[in-house]
Design a protein around this ligand. Structure first.
Ligand code: DHK
Length: 148
């Protein structure tokens, strides 16, 4: 059976490629999506980005209701303040890979404490855009472990 992995991206990630390239690099979100699909291989990928907290919550509900096999989420700025996002993720019954392009632990105090990390299965930060492919492969490894 084909597994479906959801890759959700939060506020301002639609600006990747031109947004603070010294922090986020020059890879665009379209290129990130292509990387995710290539890394996923036979697994299907639902790839989404929103600047709206409520939309992100709705997409997590959709991942739950559509029986998504796993979730990669870059919550971006929502990481540090969104209780609704944390509450929604707590309902997701499968592995959650939290991803940050930058190493948030080396950044200013505002960007260091992710609330999402408290509900994520694992966290990847600081690998740049290639971290998305790493996250997809890590998610697949976790799912393969559960299946075997
Ligand atoms: C992206 C953002 O937009 C910031 O709010 C986070 C994250 C870091 C990233 O590195 O992908 O702090």
């Amino acid at each position: 059976m084909t597994r479906t992995l959801h890759v959700l991206n939060g506020p301002n990630l639609d600006r990747l490629g031109k947004r603070e390239p010294e922090i986020y690099g020059r890879t665009t979100l379209a290129e990130v999506e292509a990387m995710c699909r290539a890394a996923a291989g036979a697994d299907a990928v639902v790839f989404r980005q929103t600047n709206w907290e409520g939309q992100m919550v709705e997409w997590i509900h959709d991942a739950i209701d559509s029986d998504a096999a796993g979730l990669v989420i870059n919550p971006a700025g929502l990481s540090f303040r969104s209780i609704p996002l944390v509450d929604a993720l707590r309902m997701f019954p499968r592995p959650i890979l939290e991803l940050h392009i930058s190493n948030i632990h080396r950044r200013d105090a505002l960007h260091q404490h992710s609330l999402v990390s408290g509900v994520a299965t694992a966290v990847i930060a600081g690998l740049g855009a290639r971290g998305y492919a790493t996250a997809i492969r890590a998610l697949q490894d976790l799912l393969d472990d559960v299946a075997s």
